[in-house]
Design a protein around this ligand. Structure first.
Ligand SMILES: N[C@@H](CCC(=O)N[C@@H](CS)C(=O)NCC(=O)O)C(=O)O
Length: 267
C-alpha cells in the first residue's frame, strides 16, 4: 500500500491527501510531528533530504514534492484523471504546479509570521528554537525561519510574498471568471494544488486579502471545501480546537497585516 509521510496541519500534506482522496486511493499514514523535529531525523532525511513533508513511498519508489506527488499518482494509478483535458489547460496546470514552490513559501511566511510563530514562542524555549532551526538542512530556509521568529509580521519576507500572493489571487480570479474550476469544467489537479494554500490563509483569518479585490476565490474555496476529499484530508487530522486557535491568532494579526496589504496594493 502507498505510504504517506505527512503531518496533520501541514498545507503540503493536506494537498497530497486531497489528491490521494480524489483518486480514490488507499494510503497508510506515517505522521510526523513537525514541532518536535521528526522531519530532521536521519532516517527521514534519507527519504526526503529537504527535511519536509510530504513524502510518498510506493514500494521502492520515493516521491517528494507535493506537486510531483499529485502528478505521480495521476500518471501511475487508476481513478479519475486529475490533469485537465486539452493542451492549453494542461500547460496552465503545469505552470501552476511550478508556481506552487513559491506559493508554498508565501503561505509559510504568512503562517510563521502569525499562528505558527506564536505557537512556537509559547511552547519552546529559546534554546529549543535554536536547535530546531539549526537542524534545518537548507540554510536559506533556516535563515528565513529565524527572521520570521524574530520579526514576525515586521519581517521583510512579508512584503516580498505579498507580491507572490497578489499575482496568485489576480490570476485565479481571472481564470474563475470564465470557468467553474481552476482545472476547467471539473475539479482537478490545479484546484487540488491550490486549495490547501488558500484554505490555510482563510484559517489564519487572512481572507480579507481576496474578499473585495478578487472575490471569486471565496466561492471557489467554499466549493472545494464541500468535496468529500477535503473532509477526508482534514477532518481526522486537525481538531476544531486547533482550527479555532489558528483563527483567533490570525484575527489578532489581521488589522496590522491587512493595513500592510492595503499599503502594498496602493503603492
Ligand atoms: N515544496 C515542498 C514544500 C514542503 C514543505 O516545506 N513542507 C512543510 C510543511 S507544509 C514542512 O515539512 N516543514 C517542515 C520544516 O520546515 O521544518 C512541497 O511542496 O512538498
Amino acid at each position: 500500500m502507498l505510504k504517506l509521510y505527512n503531518a496533520g496541519t501541514s498545507v503540503c500534506s493536506v494537498k497530497a491527501r486531497i489528491g490521494l482522496a480524489e483518486k480514490g486511493l488507499a494510503w497508510e499514514d506515517e505522521l510526523l510531528v513537525l514541532p518536535n523535529g521528526d522531519q530532521y531525523k536521519p532516517a527521514y532525511l534519507k527519504l526526503n533530504p529537504n527535511g519536509v513533508v510530504p513524502t510518498l513511498v510506493d514500494g521502492d519508489t520515493v516521491v517528494i514534492e507535493s506537486s510531483v506527488i499529485l502528478q505521480y499518482i495521476d500518471a501511475f494509478f487508476d481513478g479519475p484523471q486529475l490533469m485537465p483535458q486539452g493542451k492549453a489547460l494542461q500547460a496552465e496546470t503545469l505552470v501552476w504546479l511550478l508556481r506552487c514552490v513559491e506559493i508554498h513559501q508565501a503561505i509559510n511566511t504568512m503562517s510563521f509570521a502569525t499562528a505558527n510563530r506564536e505557537r512556537i514562542l509559547n511552547s519552546k524555549s529559546p534554546a529549543e528554537i535554536d536547535a530546531l532551526i539549526a537542524a534545518m538542512p537548507n540554510p536559506r530556509l533556516a535563515a528565513k525561519r529565524r527572521d520570521l521568529i524574530e520579526n514576525g509580521s515586521d519581517s521583510a519576507h512579508l512584503e516580498a510574498d505579498f507580491y507572490v500572493l497578489k499575482r496568485v489571487f489576480d490570476d485565479m480570479n481571472t481564470a474563475l471568471s470564465t470557468r467553474e474550476w481552476m482545472n476547467g469544467d471539473s475539479f482537478g489537479m490545479t484546484d487540488i494544488a491550490l486549495l490547501a494554500y488558500i484554505d490555510r490563509l482563510d484559517r489564519i483569518a487572512m481572507s480579507g486579502m481576496w474578499e473585495s479585490r478578487t472575490p471569486r476565490i471565496g466561492a471557489w474555496l467554499d466549493a472545494g471545501r464541500a468535496r468529500p476529499s477535503y473532509s477526508r484530508a482534514l477532518d481526522s487530522y486537525v481538531s476544531s480546537q486547533e482550527h479555532a486557535k489558528s483563527r483567533s491568532v490570525g484575527e489578532r494579526f489581521w488589522p496590522d497585516i491587512g493595513a500592510r496589504w492595503s499599503a502594498f496594493l496602493a503603492a
